[in-house]
Design a binder for this molecule. Structure first.
Ligand SMILES: *Cc1c(COP(=O)(O)O)cnc(C)c1O
Length: 502
């Protein structure tokens, strides 16, 4: 996001259509000297398409300038809590793009795709080992889709037990990611929110009170979205099973415990993982992802189709479990993401996974220590992969909101953390440094956040108007949402931006 020097054009400042010069071409195609063929139906041809006319050099500079305005994990620390924006080894991208994998046709005969299918089978076994849940479908394309699969599997199991009509509730802690209650509601259940106890864990008394023959399942995030371990989860699992309900694990935060703790051993019946978070896929902007769903023997017949399996003839095939909830999408899931996860898992092994989770926890606690005292910390105990501070003090004393703090962080050169989530922390600043940030980067982030806490006291207006250094400053988000500018109009970029701004 560096500004060009004086006199040098900022190629990202004008849209390509605004810099168009009639007659300029990026590519000159030689005149065709062969036989002439007639054009397709004239109604398919558009002559009003006002494509920008630019030279190739201008075009490259234009897109390069735009790409430099994008902040990604390859540009710097990206501490979005819950999202696990960590550095992913580039070698895993290379492996996933090997021609044998990348060119495999999704409709190839199974016999002709044994390399890819066997790789997926080994990934399946690896994830079973990591989660302690022996049965796995790699099909779901996101964490949320894995959740939906898991809950629909529970519905099918209840149907087979003849209890689907009676068990209509799913219990979800109030600290859960929004996808948990949304999943339960989409699957037709009523959501009962469980309050969080003062220490940040599940409130055991409320669970005992709520558990009855109307409960289908309890969805628990382990470790939870406050970055805290669920103390006593094994006993809670026992209570849930005694009441005839299932225990679901949201495994999006696996990077804090992988190689050390397994959902199956804790008593969970079904879990989804976010391979794009924990296992090496660059993600953001909505994808791509993979949210495998892992379960016990009891739920295995309901897994989504397909499940990779080795058959008696030694051929790896894509099978449909006997009472499968069906297909979530076409083909085999996001195979590119699965291949990256496989490469990551094989490269690290069990020792490597332990090192990852150990480092993730160490980094989050280092950051917690560095920020301690500068911001409120509602749940003040050692954390696992992330830490949730609150901007309440800044709001109360200086009328500075967490939103202002996040925007000001951009001026200090960092991507803001997740804000206003989890909902139970007012003015939440949810920060996840991840295992891949070196200590210097964590110190620099803490220094910036602590400097902002001082600015909040000395110069709150600087925070109210931030960011000052970004190509586009503070937007009027209400107007941007109510009257979005979704397509180019011939008004010029500065006019478009000023229409969006206050
Ligand atoms: C990211 C996340 C999800 C949803 O996963 P997607 O892949 O974004 O659908 C669910 N729960 C938690 C705790 C998460 O962090």
């Amino acid at each position: 996001m560096t500004a060009p020097g004086p006199g040098r054009e900022d190629f990202g400042a004008r849209l390509s259509v605004d810099r168009s010069v009639p007659g300029r071409r990026a590519v000159d195609v030689p005149t065709w000297r062969g036989a002439k063929t007639s054009l397709p139906d004239a109604s398919l041809l558009r002559d009003s398409l006002a494509l920008p006319e630019m030279s190739q050099g201008e075009l490259v500079r234009y897109y390069t300038a735009l790409s430099e305005r994008n902040y990604g994990i390859d540009s710097g620390t990206y501490p979005l809590g819950s999202c696990t924006m960590k550095y992913n080894p580039k070698v895993n991208d290379l492996i996933a793009s090997q021609p044998g994998f990348a060119n495999a046709h999704p409709q190839a005969r199974e016999e002709d795709a044994q390399g890819t299918l066997r790789t997926l089978l080994e990934l399946r076994h690896g994830l079973a080992e990591v989660t302690g849940l022996a049965h796995v479908s790699l099909a779901p394309a996101a964490g949320a889709q894995g959740e939906l699969a898991g809950v629909l599997m529970i519905s099918s199991a209840l149907e087979d037990r003849g209890e689907l009509g009676q068990r209509r509730r799913i219990l979800v802690p109030d600290s859960a990611h929004g996808t948990n209650p949304a999943t339960a509601a989409m699957a037709g259940y009523t959501v009962t929110h469980l309050p969080t106890a003062e220490n940040g864990s599940l409130d055991r008394a409320t669970i005992e009170q709520e558990l009855d023959e109307t409960v289908a399942a309890v969805m628990v995030t382990v470790p939870n979205t406050l970055g805290l371990w669920e103390q006593g989860i094994e006993e809670v699992a026992g209570l849930i099973h005694d009441a005839g309900a299932y225990l679901y694990a949201d495994g999006a935060n696996l990077n804090a415990i992988m190689g050390r703790v397994r959902y199956g051993d804790l008593g969970f019946d079904v879990a989804h993982l976010n391979l794009h978070k924990s296992f090496s896929t660059p993600h953001g902007g909505g994808g791509p992802g993979a949210g495998p769903v892992c379960c016990t023997e009891e739920l295995a017949p309901y897994l989504p189709t397909p499940v990779v399996e080795e058959c008696d003839d030694g051929v790896v095939r894509l099978a449909a479990p006997e009472r499968s909830i069906g297909r979530l999408q076409q083909f085999h899931g996001n195979v590119g993401v699965l291949l990256r996860a496989y490469a990551y898992l094989r490269a690290l092994g069990l020792d490597g996974l332990c090192a990852v989770s150990g480092q993730a926890v160490l980094n989050a606690n280092y950051l917690r220590t560095l920020l301690h005292g500068h911001y409120d910390l509602p749940y003040d105990r050692p954390v696992l992969h992330e830490v949730v501070f609150s901007g309440s003090r800044q709001r109360r004393e200086h009328d500075v909101r967490t939103y202002d703090i996040a925007k000001r962080l951009i001026d200090h050169g960092f991507h803001p953390p997740t804000v206003y989530f989890p909902l139970i922390v007012p003015e939440a600043l949810m920060i996840e440094p991840t295992e891949t940030e070196p200590p210097e980067a964590i110190e620099a982030l803490a220094q910036a956040l602590n400097a902002i806490a001082e600015e909040a006291a000395d110069d709150p207006d600087t925070l109210h108007g931030a960011p000052w250094s970004a190509p586009i400053g503070r937007l009027d988000e209400t107007t941007a949402a109510r009257r979005p500018v979704l397509r180019w109009q011939d008004v010029g970029v500065s006019e478009a931006v000023s229409r969006m701004s206050r």
